[in-house]
Design a protein around this ligand. Structure first.
Ligand code: PMV
Length: 332
């Protein structure tokens, strides 16, 4: 029998008959990768080529309610607005929900809300799919453990498997074809004083989705060959920097990893460039502040926004240099 996401899911879910609640609820935070996931070894299971490591943005959540309805199609509400069923986001959710549908559950009604900073430019697919899986777990009273939840969230969106815990989270790539060893686990280190500043760069819609961009990079970028080794090295160095709370080492590795990811993309054919002129301006400002002796670093995902990393001792300087930044502590 060929393994499909549906067969994996059947293996993970309890065998006892499902008892369906009236409403299921789940909430999950946004996470930002410090060592990026870029490239899949299996696209239908969202299995990554490499491990990755993220930090969670506290209090920046997706909150999701779900119920079963007797209808022909799902009803999806995002931030109180009903989505047309043919929008890309609605199709993506409904395709994922197909894995959980049967005669007793033909369609679902979903209300999902993102808290303010998410709407202001932080990736919401990770927190969104993690919250959806938690809401399904509640709706069907599956009582799944964290590992199973992380695997299910990964099937919705790779980075969602890391959106289940506060603090630093490590997603191990795994080696199995069925992906049952590809899930995330929290690290237990904390770092009071570590700060994030989000610089939202206005711009048109993304030129290309992360799914397509990853595929193009792995298939056409001559630099991608160096990526798995680079990630392994960065991962070891970052874990060391976290353990010793060496901020300059930490910031340098996170920034280099983001730059290496964007370099592999730039070398793709056709080239992929998520930076807008305004992103570049922020990056230049970061470099200038460092020349002036301020320890600030940046990371960037598959979009034009820039995320600043710094310590609380530099809060005043960073807030003055970037008045538009949404600044928050990463540990309470
Ligand atoms: O999980 P996806 O398909 O949204 O991809 C996430 C890709 C990056 O945000 C660029 C990196 C990461 O590890 O989150």
């Amino acid at each position: 029998m060929t393994t499909t996401p549906k067969t994996i899911i059947t293996e993970l879910l309890p065998e006892r008959p499902q008892s369906i609640k009236t409403v299921g609820y789940g909430e999950a935070p946004v996470n930002i990768a410090l060592i990026k996931y870029w490239g899949k070894r299996c696209a239908s299971f969202n299995l990554p080529v490499t491990d990755s490591l993220s930090v969670t943005v506290p209090h920046t959540l997706s909150r999701t309610h779900i119920k079963v309805i007797d209808a022909h199609e799902d009803q999806i509400y995002l931030n109180q607005q009903k989505l047309e069923t043919n929008t890309a986001f609605a199709k993506r959710l409904s395709n994922f929900l197909n894995y959980f549908r049967d005669d007793a559950t033909p369609a679902f009604e979903i209300y999902t809300e993102n808290t303010v900073a998410t709407a202001a430019g932080l990736a919401s697919s990770a927190s969104g799919f993690a919250a959806l899986v938690l809401a399904l777990n509640d709706l069907f009273s599956w009582q799944l453990d964290d590992t199973a939840i992380s695997i299910l969230a990964r099937l919705g969106s790779g980075s969602a498997c890391r959106s289940l815990w506060p603090g630093f989270v490590h997603w191990q790539a795994g080696i199995r074809d069925d992906g049952l060893d590809s899930y995330a686990k929290p690290l237990h280190d904390t770092w009071p004083g570590l700060m994030l500043g989000l610089m939202v760069v206005e711009g048109s819609a993304k030129p290309i989705s992360s799914r397509e961009a990853m595929q193009l990079t792995t298939q056409t970028s001559p630099l991608y060959r160096a990526w798995p080794h680079t990630v392994q090295q960065h991962l070891n160095d970052l874990r060391q920097a976290i353990q010793s709370q060496d901020f300059e080492h930490f910031g340098r590795i996170a920034e280099q990893n983001a730059l290496a990811m964007h370099a592999t993309m730039l070398a793709s054919s056709p080239s992929i460039d998520y930076r807008l002129p305004a992103s570049w301006t922020v990056i230049q400002q970061v470099y200038q502040l460092r020349r002036d002796g301020i320890a600030v670093y940046f990371t960037q995902d598959a979009g034009p926004n820039i995320k600043l990393l710094f310590e609380v001792k530099d809060y005043q300087t960073i807030a003055a240099a970037f008045p538009a930044a949404a600044i928050q502590p990463l540990f309470d």
